[in-house]
Design a protein around this ligand. Structure first.
Ligand SMILES: [Zn+2]
Length: 337
């Protein structure tokens, strides 16, 4: 494929993907349920192969082709996964799901499913370091001594928190009460133009936990809302970098000054909240690193399947991205940690 042909192909796929993705996300936002299937562009015959060839181009065309190729593989993989995630879990179905993912990855030209997810996420594969020593501390999600009311007030009128997190970039925010499949989601309908965040305060969830989800999603929304330039689609360099930005924003709850000035938490409470948040973060980090190792071992070394955790079942390969994001924050490279 010569450079002009590659550029025309990239322009065509990108324009179609941008239009279809925007319509697809608007439908999801309005109906409240993830649409069946993926935007049709990704099932166009030969699109993955043409993008794969265009990746060989130097410079911007190759980079854009690479980003679109990652999106195409992810969308096709999501169709394979949705077929399994929709039904009840059983040992036989879990094994069948694993085998189907391996077949899909091999057909797409990868050595195994784990290699495919790392490529799609834009991440190098490497076992992540254990940091088990940080697990100490018995903080719970809603420690008895923590006053939840400031967080409930912030959720009822989130404009100030949103303005702080986004630096004034336009993001439409909606906080709902009730049960939902997920606690929150960022909808990048049109980068730089139309970015929306919806969070759910689910039954039993603390306001503080829901505020943490809101901040996390605003961490995704802010760079997308500020996106400028000729590209029709925003694609983060890696999923881990994207999640690290979100995790860093949620880390605002670990800063006493932010808690006092932005959320109206008392000075005495702020230290308690910040300590509880730091302990939660350490436990989440340790849990994710262990889960990523177990999921990797299942695909690579015949290890026992860690399906009971949920994430390897519903979002294969994501454990590594989330764990890596938390390690990036723990390494001091995120402002909030
Ligand atoms: Zn996230």
């Amino acid at each position: 494929m010569d450079e002009i042909a590659a550029e025309l192909e990239v322009d065509r796929v990108e324009a179609r993907a941008a239009a279809e993705t925007a319509a697809w996300l608007r439908g999801w936002w309005e109906s409240g349920a993830r649409p069946r299937g993926e935007p049709p562009v990704w099932s166009e015959p030969g699109v993955v192969e043409r993008l794969a060839r265009a990746r060989a181009c130097a410079g911007e065309v190759g980079a854009r082709a690479h980003a679109l190729w990652r999106m195409a593989i992810a969308a096709r993989g999501a169709v394979v996964d949705a077929a399994w995630a929709a039904g009840p879990r059983s040992a036989a179905r879990l094994e069948a799901a694993r085998a189907a993912r391996e077949r899909f990855a091999t057909a797409a030209g990868f050595d195994d499913a784990w290699a495919m997810w790392r490529a799609v996420a834009g991440e190098e594969d490497a076992p992540l370091p254990e940091r088990a020593g940080e697990v100490a501390g018995g903080a719970t999600e809603q420690a008895e001594e923590i006053d939840d009311r400031p967080f409930a007030r912030a959720l009822a009128a989130p404009a100030r928190l949103v303005a702080w997190a986004t630096g004034g970039a336009p993001v439409q925010v909606e906080v709902r009460e009730g049960s939902a499949e997920e606690a929150g989601r960022c909808f990048v309908v049109e980068p730089g133009r139309d970015v929306r965040v919806r969070v759910w305060r689910r039954p039993g969830a603390s306001a503080r936990g829901t505020a943490r989800v809101l901040l996390h999603e605003l961490g995704h929304a802010t760079p997308a809302a500020r996106a400028r330039g000729p590209w029709a689609l925003a694609q983060p360099a890696s999923v881990a970098a994207d999640e690290a930005a979100a995790a860093a924003m949620a880390g605002a709850l670990e800063q006493p000054a932010v808690l006092v000035e932005l959320l109206g938490v008392t000075a005495g409470q702020a230290e308690v909240v910040a300590a509880a948040e730091r302990a939660l973060r350490a436990r989440r980090r340790a849990r994710l690193v262990a889960l990523a190792a177990a999921e990797r071992a299942m695909y690579r070394d015949g290890g026992p399947p860690p399906w009971e955790a949920g994430l390897p079942w519903t979002a294969p390969g994501a454990s590594h991205s989330y764990a890596l994001a938390e390690l990036l924050c723990a390494g001091g490279r995120c402002a909030g940690a």
